[in-house]
Design a protein around this ligand. Sequence first.
Ligand code: GH3
Ligand code: MG
Ligand code: MG
Length: 314
Amino acid sequence: MTKEARHTVLVVEDSDVDAKILQKCLARAFDVIRCSTGEQALKMLKQQKIDVLVLDINLPGMSGIDVLRKVRSRARKDYLGVVVLTAGSESGTTELALSMGADGFGTKSDAVHHIVPLTHAALRVKAMTDELRDLNRKLRRANSRLTRLSNTDHLTGLYNMRYINQQLEQEFRRAKRYGTFFSVIMIDIDHFKTVNDDCDHLMGSFVISELGRQIRRVTRDVDFAGRYGGDEFIILLPETNAEGAHQVAMRLRDMVNHTIYDNGTNRKRITLSQGIHCFRPEIDRVNEGVQEALRSADAGLYEAKEGGRDRIVI
Ligand code: GH3
Ligand code: MG
Ligand code: MG
């Protein structure tokens, strides 16, 4: 076995004679270090990489059980294997040690024969636990990636319709419960078909993703911006009144109107139509909540289109 692959065992034993015997047995298979008290052991565990603790139950000061309790209650990046050694005469100690998370136990009188296999067994528990923890971490990461993907519009990176609808319901419940308000802005690009027709679909898609970026720039972290589909976007503004929502819509309008898209053959500007609805729980009817807010913001959007586009209607 190479030096790197060897595991480190810390023997916690106050008797020099017993410690020597244990170290001699273990040194055949492991790198062995030793200390005489529980307090020293806890310190060493913080300072260096140790794979298995061979722990005498009867120690001066802190007992082996106390050390075990401390070790298991601390969060560690990787698992520490623990073998507990008893004098053999204490009743109930082994049960207690196992229930507190020891991976193996033996009596000191038998230790010469059993300490190496016991340590190997503790290392197997460690390997399995570390692997499980690693898998768990990967699973959690994959799950959160999946959740993010299922809530996101792929072209803009904004939220998708499904997530925005969920969030709308939640904002309604919150606004009703706390008597706050929130606003919704519905946005549709004017004559977007002409971008596709006059330039190409690539430019069309670029315009949509750029608008996503601009919407992100005019909103705050607490707002929820989403693409409802096609050239339609929606912004939820928690605890924002109609005036605040109008300011956001104006900022977006300014930014969009100053953007020129140029693909070498065509130069294009776009404009937006925007409809705003502010939900006020004391006025809006409870049951009509979400649908009413959407209908009202949509009606504003329609009015903006009818009125000649490039405008905001509350
Ligand atoms: P209006 O001012 O009435 O909104 O006119 P409009 O041309 O924008 O019409 P509308 O909003 O009804 O339709 C949007 C068009 O946008 C429909 C489709 O051709 C195009 N479109 C929708 N999604 C995408 C996309 O992801 N990429 C591209 N390139 N075009 C899209
Ligand atoms: Mg449009
Ligand atoms: Mg549209």
